[in-house]
Design a protein. Structure first.
Length: 144
């Protein structure tokens, strides 16, 4: 079974696991963005983090809708990739005394998070032929 909470034997299993992974990751982003906004020295970067927090909270709400549309309980599974990205970001940011360098480090970390968020969409186009996924995928595309 590996790291997954249950075996992934079908496209549906993979889709649900991906939803759970994204849900966990988005919630971790919601937890970390306020600190990044607080530590940002540049007003534009601070505002960008605050705006992204609002946007990410909306993503979480939409993901909850997707779970409901798919008839699944709303729950996340630990996303080791997102945890790793965020841990590394915290480590690098804590090593930066210069505000301008810290801002650059936070911007770099934010880009890594955004790139990770795109990855699950690679699987979804393959599932478009399955009628059950069509509405759910459309809703997911409004998130990403």
């Amino acid at each position: 079974m590996g790291l997954f909470s249950k075996p992934i034997k079908t496209l549906d299993d993979l889709f649900v696991h991906t939803l759970q992974d994204i849900y966990y990751a988005e919630n971790q982003i919601v937890k970390n963005l306020p600190t990044m906004a607080e530590k940002a020295a540049e007003p534009e970067l601070k505002a960008a983090f605050q705006d992204h927090l609002t946007e990410t909270r909306e993503h979480v709400r939409r993901l909850e809708q997707v779970f409901q549309m798919h008839g699944q309980p709303v729950k996340g599974v630990t996303c080791q990739a997102m945890d790793g990205i965020l841990t590394e970001a915290k480590d690098i940011i804590s090593d930066c005394d210069d505000p301008a360098i810290r801002d650059a480090a936070m911007l770099s970390a934010a880009q890594a998070v955004e790139h990770y968020e795109i990855i699950p969409t690679i699987v979804w186009p393959d599932s478009r032929g399955t009628h059950r996924f069509k509405n759910v995928i459309h809703r997911m595309q409004t998130i990403l």
